[in-house]
Design a protein around this ligand. Sequence first.
Ligand SMILES: *[C@@H]1O[C@H](CO)[C@@H](O)[C@H](O)[C@H]1NC(C)=O
Ligand SMILES: *[C@@H]1O[C@H](CO)[C@@H](O)[C@H](O)[C@H]1NC(C)=O
Ligand SMILES: *[C@@H]1O[C@H](CO)[C@@H](O)[C@H](O)[C@H]1NC(C)=O
Ligand SMILES: *[C@@H]1O[C@H](CO)[C@@H](O)[C@H](O)[C@H]1NC(C)=O
Ligand SMILES: [Cu+2]
Length: 549
Amino acid sequence: MEKSSCIHFCFISYLVLFIVVGSWYRSTNSSLPNSTLQTPWSTSKNRIFSNSKASSVLETQAQTSIDHSAEAPHHPLDPLTVQEINKVLKWSKGDALLPRKAQVLALLNGQSHVLTVDLDSSSITSHAINSSSGYPMLSVDDILAASKVPFSNAEFNKSIAARGVPSSDLICLPPSAGWFGPNEEGKRVVKVLCYSKESTPNFYMRPIEGLVMTVDLDTLEVLKFSDTGREIPIPKSTDTDYRYTAQTKEPQMEPLNPISIEQPKGPSFRVEDGHIVKWANWVFHLKADHRAGLVISRVMVRDSENGELRDVMYKGFASEFFVPYMDLDESWYFKSYMDAGEYGLGMSALPLVPLNDCPRHSYYMDGIFATPDGNPFVQPNMICLFERYAGDISWRHSEGLLTDFQIREARPKVTLVARMAASVGNYDYIFDWEFQTDGLINVKVGLSGMLMVKGSPYHQAPNQDAMSGPLISENLIGVVHDHFVTFHLDMDIDGANNSFVNVNLVKERSLPGESPRKSYLKAKRKIAKTEKDAQIKLKLYDPSRVSYD
Ligand SMILES: *[C@@H]1O[C@H](CO)[C@@H](O)[C@H](O)[C@H]1NC(C)=O
Ligand SMILES: *[C@@H]1O[C@H](CO)[C@@H](O)[C@H](O)[C@H]1NC(C)=O
Ligand SMILES: *[C@@H]1O[C@H](CO)[C@@H](O)[C@H](O)[C@H]1NC(C)=O
Ligand SMILES: *[C@@H]1O[C@H](CO)[C@@H](O)[C@H](O)[C@H]1NC(C)=O
Ligand SMILES: [Cu+2]
């Protein structure tokens, strides 16, 4: 009883997830049937209200029992039916391809047009205007246009002249504006901030603090000009150049000898049809995506007992990357970037550097996207695939001290990694999807690049508590912030029929006389019936882990 209602709910949430994924495929190919036409969503302004009303609707639905197996779509906006999902799911190599469609988002005179193009017949099968409340991702054209706006503003020129900065030394960037009230509703707004690149490529360390222009992206008008930091000096450029060739001092450590891992017979993985990756007991589909960076689909692992391929995950990708900064100043309060939805992790990914970003014998996959004017654009070497051997042990056991078995067994840990690196402004995010032969998938996100710093009048730390972060150098504060990554993980452990199980360690007391031991820890399993049920607050003193049934 408990299980069947969960299965029903899980199926509903599965549909919801599926549709959300289908919907943000704007100018990218999609092999979904006609009825997936949904409106695009993205950016922090595109709010999805997850309030109690919405979740109670889901809960109510979960309690009734509707037979969905023979349902047919009646309206173009109907969600995918069970049969349609199966049509996509059951496709296998050799079957005819499902109709391929592209969703195009076009901006014309302040109106957004959402078109669906049937790629087989080269015809437009749907065309909606202003069909959603969302805002599209910032395009490269948007960013370039916004970064030029200050130079046509007389107030800006005056402020820069007062600070003694020649305009040839300026680099301006448009961070997203977050969403802070109805004044910004219905407009595509960014904040433009500037830096001095005088004597360094690391302009991020030289903010023109307190100078911020709120710009309407459609009209390129300055909606608000704020200039509050004239007394804050521009931090000096000394020792800010991070490039290898610019380093003049020898590092105070003994140099490392060259190191390389050999693969005398080449790597053990192969890539078929451009995207199907096969390695050891794994098979999965890998592709580049303009928003998520990389998407892993139809992940299967071979059963070591009977050789059968078993489903593991329908689709997995980074759904958002939220970076809020904790500073209330006029020029900082809005910094709450959504790096995937606003800038695009794929759009921000530059080619990987062979041998240093990815080891020898890596396979490189290009990203193919559409530029803002609709033309195809190839980002070469955007993803790499390689086998990792870092000298770790995957399993070991020795025997012989206490018995006469003389066993020394150790197996090296070799894994397969799919890697992508996004350079979103100052930050570089490294995404690794790592597959282990024991069936585990590890997703690791690394952070590199430069801090986003704030100019400060202080040379030496005054009262640290009065600042929004530590003074990290003369006139520079590292503002307190965090990076939150969310993932869309549509698991299909042995098929779509599974449940999310939360396992907690709980303290149990033994019965009187049962054992000399008074208490013990027990693993308690709880099947999550709702998404809220499945939420976990990570706590070291109340450990939990999840599994799938
Ligand atoms: C898609 O829609 C078009 C136009 O409505 C229709 O002619 C076509 O048969 C549909 N294709 C599928 C696979 O449903
Ligand atoms: C679409 O939105 C724009 C901007 O808000 C508005 O000017 C226009 O009238 C809308 N068009 C339609 C057809 O609703
Ligand atoms: C501001 O300065 C730039 C560079 O010196 C100049 O090209 C531009 O015309 C000036 N804009 C205004 C409005 O004065
Ligand atoms: C899921 O499990 C239920 C109950 O065991 C079964 O009736 C249903 O057909 C299964 N669905 C799928 C898609 O396998
Ligand atoms: Cu950071």
